[in-house]
Design a protein around this ligand. Structure first.
Ligand SMILES: [Zn+2]
Length: 204
């Protein structure tokens, strides 16, 4: 092998430089919060906790790309606001994506049925149940349990509303978009974009 062939086939420099780069990359990964390194896509995802939503695959993201907050219904609760405020104000997150989905458990019962079930679990009255035991100093106090667990009638409407709550919140500084994941097809759609229903219904 000639000297030219050898040099053109290899990266220049000593091997320790590549090792150093790998060590530095590992240090960045392990201490990225302390070093002020944002997620790779500067993205927060708020999604329903439903086990049928492959959040990363559906959005085409990998480990390290985004922070992901999942709860029942993919709802913008007070703690979603807290998390979104922190990451957009201090972790350089610039974008939020909300993922709701068809056949959501939050559409499977009425508010009354849920309140009845929770009251039974609390052995009678819900009045003394703490709604946010992890943050007692931030308790939402006299808010009703029915409001707290509010169910969903229309997932497209609900998705658009979650986007609006985040978009309009003064502590959240980000570009916000929402999608409905169709568990039947495995595809995302824009809220209000029910293609299957449209193409199977005669135009007026
Ligand atoms: Zn759900």
């Amino acid at each position: 092998m000639s000297v030219e062939e050898h040099e053109s086939g290899d990266e220049p420099g000593h091997h320790h430089e590549r090792v150093d780069a790998a060590v530095e990359a590992h240090d960045d990964w392990a201490r990225r919060r302390r070093k002020g390194i944002p997620t790779d896509e500067r993205l927060l995802v708020v999604a329903c906790m439903d086990e049928r939503i492959p959040v990363e695959a559906a959005l085409g993201i990998d480990l390290g790309d985004a922070q992901i907050y999942r709860n029942a219904g993919g709802k913008v609760t007070d703690d979603v606001i807290r998390s979104a405020a922190l990451t957009t104000q201090f972790f350089d997150t610039e974008e939020i994506i909300v993922v709701n989905h068809t056949d959501c458990g939050m559409m499977s019962a009425s508010d009354d049925a849920v309140v009845e079930g929770l009251a039974a679990a609390a052995a009678g009255s819900l009045d003394d149940v703490a709604l946010d035991p992890s943050l007692p100093e931030l308790s939402i106090g006299d808010a009703s349990v029915a409001d707290w667990v509010r169910m969903t009638d229309d997932i497209d409407e609900a998705c658009a509303a979650q986007v609006r709550y985040l978009d309009e919140h003064p502590l959240v500084d980000a570009t916000v978009h929402g999608y409905v994941y169709e568990v039947e097809s495995g595809h995302l759609r824009h809220p209000g974009g029910r293609i299957a229903e449209e193409i199977s219904t005669r135009a007026e």
